[in-house]
Design a protein around this ligand. Sequence first.
Ligand code: T6T
Length: 329
Amino acid sequence: MKRKSTAIVAALAAVALGAAACGSDTDGGSSAGGGSNGNYKLAFVQGVAGDAFYITMECGIKEEAAKEGATVTVQGAQKFDPTLQTPVLQSVIAAKPDAILIAPTDVSAMQQPIAQAKAQGIKIVLVDTTLNDPSVAVSAISSDNSAGGKAAFEAIQKLAPNGGKVLGVGVQPGISTTDARDKGFADAAKADSKFTYLGVQYSQNDPAKAASIVSAALQKDPDIVGIFASNLFSAQGSATGIRQAGKQGQVNVVGFDAGPEQIKALQDGTVQALIAQQPGDIGVQGVQQAIKALKGESNEANIQTGSTIITKDTIDSPEGKAAAYKASC
Ligand code: T6T
């Protein structure tokens, strides 16, 4: 059964758009001795260390694990890169956890390393990103990324009703989430004849690269009316590019995610809207699915979690504050 709590369209209508070295091993949850659930050992492999999205997810995972009497370790590579995530995963497998919650960094390159974990009898839950063949996992939990990309374009449509040129700043091809967002945005932009879609350029998850993409694009096309940055670091860098070009408030920037730097950019008017995911909820549900699998109960193969659009007008509302990501638990 597919659970869908996303309310992007409703949220859009409701908001006023005018306006580590291989991460850290963290012991979460209660320690051994917690009775009825078998003291399960869970491991969380982040897409990348030091990303507020995965930190917020980690907080949800730890809270839920503590309720279940399970322990959690957390590991992430320094870059969002399957060649770096694979050895992190292999060291996690060697520690023999009961279940691994993982955000695969590439739809195909991570297929085999994750299959190896399953072959060791470890239950797999995909959190955030997925694989070409997600059947290796008992459950896959993510936002509605395609709808998120579409919602980003709808936000730009409202901000720039006369239309014009729009650009995508993506991460890198092969990431299920950002590919779906980029496509959702591109399809919606191409369907509106008032807008010219300039394509997507990839930042490799590097804010400096995103900044230079935006600077160069604004030099080539100074009449760009909207930019969609499809994750936290590309949005952070896009905001820098806008500032460097002195175009704050002149170009409408919509970014995915709601990290601390992104919230500041929204507050200072460099960015006009953020699509905040619910990483804490992805983490909570990830733990629930892992525990169900370990207990031999049935799983939900696909779970879709919600999103909230935050603008300068809603940033200080209870909903806006709750949507902001955490820098630590
Ligand atoms: O946008 C999130 C996540 O959903 C995506 O898969 C990768 O980038 C983030 O972690 C933000 O940096």
